[in-house]
Design a protein around this ligand. Structure first.
Ligand code: 7TS
Length: 421
C-alpha cells in the first residue's frame, strides 16, 4: 500500500474522531479466527456484533434482576420492571420521540410492520385504496402489505428506481394520489445501500394527508434519527442491527395514532378488565405488548443504546461514510468487479458482482479468507429482478470495521476474479 493511501486512511479515521482500536476491544468476537485467518466481519446489515457492555448487561440482568414485569409487588419484579421501563425511556430519548409511550416493544422490524398492517391497516385500508412502497423494499415491507391488500381488495403501488438505484421522485409524485392511504418506505436499502430522501417524501405525503411508515431497520444503526423532526407517523427497527440482542425491536408511532389502533394480540398485561362478556384494553404501549415480553432483550437494547450514544452517533456515521467511500474506491479497481447502483448517498452496505463468478462462490471464497459477507437476494427479490440479477455479494459495515479489512476484501475479490477468469 502506498504511503499516501496510508496517510489518507489515517486522516479519515482521525477525522471521524472514533477510536476504532478501542471500539474493537469491546467486541470479543472480532478476535476469533476463521480457519487460520482473522475474522473480517462485513455482514452487519444482517446482524451487528454485540459489545461486551451489552452481553454483560444481559448476564447481569439474569443473575441479579430476573423476574416477570408489571405484576409482582416483590423487589425483583419491581427491579425488572424499572429496568424495562428505563430502556423504553432511553430509546424514546435516543430517537427523540415525544414520549416513551410512543415506543412499543416487538420482536423486530418484521413484527412491527405486521403489527401496523394488522391493526392500523385493517382498520383504515378499504377496497380500492392504495399503499405505496418502493422497488428497494425488503420483503418485510412488501409481504405484510400484500396480505392486507388481498384481504381488503386494496392495491399495492411501487415507486420505481433508476439505473443508479435511486428512487424516481417524479414517478413518486405521480403515484401519490387521492387513493393513496399509506406511504411505507425504507430509509436505506439493505441490498445496495441507497439512502432515500425520506424527509422530503414525508413532507410531500403529508401535504396530501397521507401517513408515512419508515422502515428504519438499516438507518437506525447508521444515521442519527430525530423522529419529531422527521415527523413520520410510524418508524420501525430491529435491536439486533443496532448492537443489541436478537428478538427485540421497536415500533414507534405518534401517540394519537397508537391510541386509535385496536390490539394486535390478546393476552396478559394488555388488558384493563376481562369478563367473558367484554374485555377492555390498556392504553398504548401496553395495549400492544401482550404476554411476557423479551425483558432481557429490552434491557440489553437499552445497553446498546447507551453504547452507541457513548461512541457518538455522528462519529459512527462519519467513520462509516469514510469506510463506504474507501470500499467503493478500492473495489472499483478490481478487474471485472461491478458495484451495483451508484446513489449519491449510500450508507451501511454495498453490493457487487464479479464477471464469471456466482455470488455464492464469491461468498464461499471470501469465507475461506475469513471474510464474512452476505451473498444472495438479500430478501429483496423484486429489486434483484429490477437490477436483472439473481443475487449479489454484499459487504456491510459497522463502527468496528477498519480500512485494513476493506483492503482484505479487495485482495480476496482479486483472488476470486483470477480464479474465475
Ligand atoms: N427491513 C429492512 C430494510 C431490513 O434490512 C431487514 C433485515 C428487515 C426489514 C427485517 O428485519 P428483521 O430484524 O425483522 O429480520 N435485513 C436483513 C439483511 O439485509 N440481511 O439479513 C437481514
Amino acid at each position: 500500500m502506498s504511503e499516501t493511501v496510508s496517510q489518507s486512511q489515517l486522516n479519515s479515521t482521525l477525522g471521524s474522531g472514533l477510536d476504532v482500536d478501542a471500539v474493537r476491544r469491546d467486541f470479543p468476537i472480532l478476535d476469533i479466527q476463521v480457519g487460520k485467518k482473522p475474522l473480517v466481519y462485513l455482514d452487519s446489515a444482517a446482524t451487528a456484533q454485540k459489545p461486551q457492555q451489552v452481553t454483560d448487561t444481559i448476564q447481569r440482568y439474569y443473575m441479579m434482576q430476573n423476574a416477570n414485569i408489571h405484576r409482582g409487588v416483590h423487589y425483583l419484579s419491581q427491579s425488572a420492571t424499572d429496568a424495562y421501563e428505563e430502556s423504553r425511556r432511553k430509546i424514546a430519548t435516543f430517537f427523540n420521540a415525544a414520549t416513551p409511550d410512543e415506543i412499543v416493544f416487538v420482536r423486530g422490524t418484521t413484527e412491527a410492520i405486521n403489527l401496523v398492517a394488522q391493526t392500523w391497516g385493517r382498520t383504515n385500508i378499504k377496497k380500492d385504496d392504495e399503499i405505496l412502497i418502493s422497488e428497494l423494499e425488503h420483503h418485510a415491507n412488501i409481504v405484510p402489505w400484500q396480505i392486507l391488500c388481498e384481504e381488503k381488495g386494496a392495491r399495492l403501488k411501487v415507486i420505481p428506481i433508476d439505473d443508479r438505484g435511486r428512487l424516481k421522485l417524479d414517478a413518486f409524485e405521480k403515484l401519490l394520489t387521492s387513493a393513496t392511504r399509506l406511504l411505507a418506505i425504507t430509509h436505506i436499502s439493505n441490498a445496495i445501500g441507497t439512502v432515500n430522501p425520506i424527509r422530503e417524501m414525508i413532507r410531500r405525503a403529508h401535504a396530501l394527508d397521507i401517513p408515512v411508515l419508515i422502515d428504519g431497520a438499516q438507518s437506525a444503526p447508521h444515521l442519527p434519527i430525530d423522529l419529531q423532526a422527521l415527523d413520520c407517523d410510524f418508524y420501525v427497527c430491529s435491536g439486533h442491527k443496532l448492537y443489541g440482542p436478537t428478538g427485540i425491536g421497536i415500533l414507534y408511532a405518534k401517540y394519537t395514532i397508537l391510541k386509535s389502533m385496536p390490539p394486535y394480540q390478546g393476552g396478559g398485561d394488555m388488558i384493563q378488565t376481562v369478563t367473558f362478556e367484554k374485555t377492555t384494553y390498556k392504553a398504548p404501549p401496553e395495549r400492544f405488548e401482550a404476554g411476557t415480553p423479551n425483558i432481557a432483550g429490552v434491557v440489553g437494547l437499552g445497553a446498546a443504546i447507551d453504547y452507541v450514544q457513548n461512541l457518538g452517533r455522528d462519529r459512527i456515521a462519519r467513520h462509516e461514510t469514510d469506510l463506504i467511500a474507501y470500499a467503493e474506491d478500492r473495489l472499483a479497481t478490481v478487474p471485472g468487479l461491478k458495484l451495483i447502483g451508484s446513489p449519491e448517498t449510500r450508507a451501511g452496505a454495498l453490493s457487487f458482482v464479479i464477471d464469471g463468478a456466482h455470488p455464492h462462490d464469491i461468498g464461499t471464497i471470501l469465507d475461506s479468507e475469513g471474510i464474512a459477507i452476505r451473498a444472495g437476494h438479500h430478501c429483496a427479490q423484486p429489486l434483484m429482478r429490477r437490477l436483472g440479477l439473481p443475487s449479489t455479494a454484499r459487504a456491510s459495515f459497522a463502527c468496528y470495521n477498519t480500512h485494513e479489512e476493506i483492503d482484505a476484501l479487495e485482495k480476496a475479490a482479486r483472488k476470486v476474479q483470477k480464479l474465475f477468469n
